[in-house]
Design a protein around this ligand. Structure first.
Ligand SMILES: Cc1cc2nc3c(=O)[nH]c(=O)nc-3n(C[C@H](O)[C@H](O)[C@H](O)COP(=O)(O)OP(=O)(O)OC[C@H]3O[C@@H](n4cnc5c(N)ncnc54)[C@H](O)[C@@H]3O)c2cc1C
Length: 398
């Protein structure tokens, strides 16, 4: 499949099976407690480490397997069949966690930290959203350059995932207040134990329990210039490029959930007898299954198409647009599939502990993906901008 990978095709195929079994087995068992505590047990991190879930997406120079983007997204699809909070953690671990430092960190930081992602000796969170601002460029936190070259960080961030297991935060802040939106912002790698860095508690979420959400508060956090990522003024570009790829991981997450909900719905429809016949023989149910299968297949085609182009050229001209399309379409796909699943299951689907799988939890978990990494209007803005640029003619690189 991929001649450069440090794992054979056969070993990769069994790895996919192992990840699915882990997500639907031990992870799902642990999640029953996590739903109440909103905290992952140490056993979850240990199992993720032992099963190479912090390593598989890394380049081999950092202990990884040199997988293609297509292969990485296939692993993402498998672990996304399990609990949503764990999916969120592993999704982040496979992408933004290490990719931002790899692409934009200075050599000193990369030498120190890049080898530490493979076994979670270091973990990060990504902090763009603010309570006081809007999505994307409307950032109010500031990092003002001091005469000695350091930066003084002040402000806040909100809705930030993975704060309970991270030592560093990627923070987007204003360094050049008088510039336009393209160069006002810069990105920093911020030590979370720096004086003036605080976590602010947040309430429990609808789903995806355990993913460590909190607000961040910065009061005169002093940052050595080495913590600047890329160049001053490059923050918006770093955020947009990094989120683009991650949006396809959101689509692959929705794909994993769609596929599982489809399989669960078919199993239930075959078993459930009403008026003397399995409901799977009724046309009303068959129409639903057809729509669920079509949405799932179309989503898989879009995700795989993105991955093939990305593998051909990670900076190709259509990355932002196709990633936004994948995410936007995946929300509609998972909405339709989860709605139809609930109808096929009837009243039992609204309860916990279905023998077919976690119907009510999947229904709640998938709704976080509406918002993670930008609500649908933000995806549409990106798609429309790019369509207007090239007149609506998408290229396919393969
Ligand atoms: C589970 C979860 C995990 C998250 N993790 C992180 C994280 O780790 N790091 C991080 O930085 N953020 C994180 N977020 C935040 C997430 O990225 C935002 O919630 C999302 O981008 C929407 O922004 P908002 O909540 O500020 O909504 P708002 O900006 O208040 O938007 C509300 C609605 O109005 C629309 N809207 C807003 N402004 C405009 C406009 N100008 N024109 C048209 N429509 C507009 C939006 O599209 C949306 O539909 C997370 C959110 C969730 C739910």
């Amino acid at each position: 499949m991929n001649p450069n990978a440090k794992i054979s095709d056969e070993a990769f195929a069994s790895y996919l099976e192992k990840v699915r079994a882990l997500a639907e087995g031990p992870f799902e068992q642990m999640q029953k407690e996590v739903e109440r505590t909103n905290k992952f047990p140490a056993e979850f991190f240990d199992l993720a480490r032992e099963n190479d879930l912090y390593r598989f997406a890394l380049p081999s120079e950092y202990g990884g397997w040199d997988l293609s983007e297509l292969e990485i997204l296939k692993v993402q699809e498998e672990f996304s069949r399990g609990p949503g909070g764990m999916r969120m953690h592993l999704h982040y671990a496979a992408d933004l966690n290490w990719r931002i430092l790899d692409e934009y960190g200075c050599e000193e930081l990369k030498t120190e930290f890049m080898p530490k992602f493979q076994d979670k000796s270091v973990f990060t969170c990504f902090a763009l959203t603010e309570q006081t601002g809007g999505t994307g460029a409307d950032v109010h936190s500031t990092a003002i350059k001091q005469p000695d070259g350091s930066y003084l960080l002040n402000g806040e961030k909100w809705l930030i995932s993975h704060t309970d297991c991270s030592q560093y935060a990627y923070v987007i802040a204003v360094t050049n207040p008088d510039d336009d939106k393209d160069t006002r912002l810069s990105a920093f790698f911020v030590p979370m134990d720096a004086p003036g860095f605080e976590l602010v508690d947040m309430p429990h979420m609808m789903g995806c329990r355990g993913a460590g959400h909190a607000g961040l508060k910065f009061t005169n956090v002093r940052l050595d210039p080495k913590y600047l990522l890329g160049k001053e003024g490059q923050g918006m570009e770093i955020a947009i490029h990094s989120l683009s790829i991650s949006r396809v991981h959101i689509a692959a997450s929705n794909l994993g959930m769609c596929q599982r909900m489809l399989e669960m719905s078919i199993a239930r429809a075959n078993d459930r007898i009403t008026f003397g016949k399995p409901i799977s023989t009724r046309q009303a149910i068959r129409m639903k299954i057809a729509d669920m299968a079509t949405a799932t297949h179309a989503l898989r085609c879009m995700v795989y198409d993105f991955a093939k182009d990305f593998d051909a050229d990670p900076h190709n001209d259509y990355v932002d647009e196709k990633a936004a399309m994948c995410k936007l379409f995946s929300i509609d796909a998972v909405r339709r599939v989860s709605d139809e699943m609930l109808e096929i299951f009837g009243g039992d689907g609204y309860f916990e502990d279905s023998p077919y799988g976690p119907t009510e939890r999947l229904y709640r978990d998938c709704r976080a993906l509406w918002l993670e990494e930008g609500a649908p209007p933000v995806q549409r803005v990106t798609i429309a901008r790019e369509c207007l640029r090239h007149g609506g003619r998408l290229a396919y690189l393969d």
